[in-house]
Write a protein that binds this ligand. Structure first.
Ligand SMILES: Cc1ncc(C[n+]2csc(CCOP(=O)(O)OP(=O)(O)O)c2C)c(N)n1
Ligand SMILES: [Mg+2]
Length: 349
């Protein structure tokens, strides 16, 4: 079921996934609204963490919103997405339910993992979200596995595999991408190059400047784009997914961007290694006002309409916090439920 929300962007009733029907304006406003959903969610959880209302390991996506949104603007609900430890932006852009995400961070039973997984284990199979993942690089072979399943089924689904510059140095990167290239799998490998792997700057973890050149090692198409320009990301991702859907195999999309905050918000001193001048310079390239200006200049929306969309997101955020706070905690007797899958009928351990 399709509905019109208060700000004019069309979304599906149950999810916030990218609109598959509707005008180009709907699509652009979905992009703007989704960038705000990510920004406001991750901004707020820092405050919730600092006031002790939520605990656990959290990795902020603030500053990188244009990557997840530009990529997911090209995805259908039945496409797959593989995420990382820094996964809130990917979840929200693929259409995840903010109430259930917030409840998971509050460790409540109504959360995506019944409050037992936290930020780095969010999964929504109904949206093709195969999971956040705390193990750096581990999503890459998982994406190739999903791509293999699609190829066997013979559908035109695709997989969007997100990971960082640091993950592009792992063995899993080579194994996963080599397999996808060799078998012609429908996967787009999105390198979110935020210039740091934890506290290590890119120049100290690799000699490669444009990580897209690594595509040459697997003889697959690869491009680098400005990851703070949502339209540039969306266009490049659109080409890569079109290729994948039509059976022409995988590609690499490197999006150059920057995270505004430290590696993890629960990690004291986590801005180590980065100086304030660098952070300030990247804040001037904030992808959200930059996109807002494009929308206003092109006559797609007025500033007041964009403010209206932001207010809709603020209400959604307040609702998610109230929902999470009012939800019950998981019961001790359920501690081991959902940890192991049920054995298929007739199987014994
Ligand atoms: C296999 C593995 N090694 C090390 C770590 C510790 N670790 C967590 S995040 C991270 C850096 C990842 O950097 P990058 O891939 O660039 O992602 P970003 O945090 O910048 O988004 C490291 C080394 C881990 N979680 N898993
Ligand atoms: Mg990084």
């Amino acid at each position: 079921m399709i509905q019109q929300d208060g700000g004019g962007a069309v979304t599906t009733a149950r999810t916030h996934a990218a609109p598959l029907i509707g005008s180009e304006r709907d699509r652009l406003l979905w992009m703007y609204k989704t960038m705000q959903r990510i920004r406001l969610f991750d901004d707020r959880i820092v405050r919730l963490f600092n006031s002790g209302r939520i605990t656990g390991a959290l990795h902020s996506y603030v500053g990188e919103e244009a990557v997840a949104v530009g990529v997911c603007a090209n995805l259908r609900p039945d496409d797959y997405l593989v995420s990382t430890h820094r996964g809130h932006g990917h979840m929200l852009a693929k259409g995840a339910d903010m109430d259930r995400m917030m409840a998971e961070l509050f460790a409540k039973e109504t959360g995506y993992c019944q409050g037992k997984g936290g930020s780095m284990h969010i999964v929504d199979m109904s949206l093709g979200i195969l999971g956040s993942n705390g193990i750096v690089g581990a999503g890459i072979p998982i994406a190739s596995g999903a791509g293999t399943a699609i190829k066997i089924r013979g559908t035109d689904q695709v997989v969007s595999c997100h990971f960082g510059d640091g993950a592009s140095n792992t063995g899993a990167f080579h194994e996963g991408i080599n397999l996808a290239a060799t078998w012609g799998l429908p996967v787009v490998f999105v390198i979110e190059n935020n210039l740091y792997a934890q506290f290590t700057p890119q120049r100290m973890h690799t000699k490669v400047v444009d990580l897209a050149v690594r595509g040459q090692a697997y003889d697959i198409p690869a491009v680098s784009v400005d990851g703070n320009d949502v339209l540039a990301v969306s266009e490049a991702a659109g080409e890569a997914f079109a290729r994948a859907r039509s059976g022409k195999g995988p590609s690499i999309l490197e999006c150059k961007t920057f995270r505004w905050f430290g590696h993890a918000i629960n990690n004291p001193g986590s801005n180590l290694g980065r100086d304030q001048a660098e952070i300030d310079a990247w804040k001037l390239k904030d992808p959200i006002p930059r996109f807002a200006k494009v929308l206003v200049d092109r006559g797609i929306a007025t500033e007041a309409e964009l403010e209206g969309l932001k207010r809709v997101v603020e209400e959604e955020l307040e609702h998610s916090i109230a929902f999470a706070e009012a939800s019950p905690s998981p019961k001790p007797e359920d501690a081991l439920r959902h940890v192991y899958s049920e054995l298929p009928e007739g199987c014994e351990l």
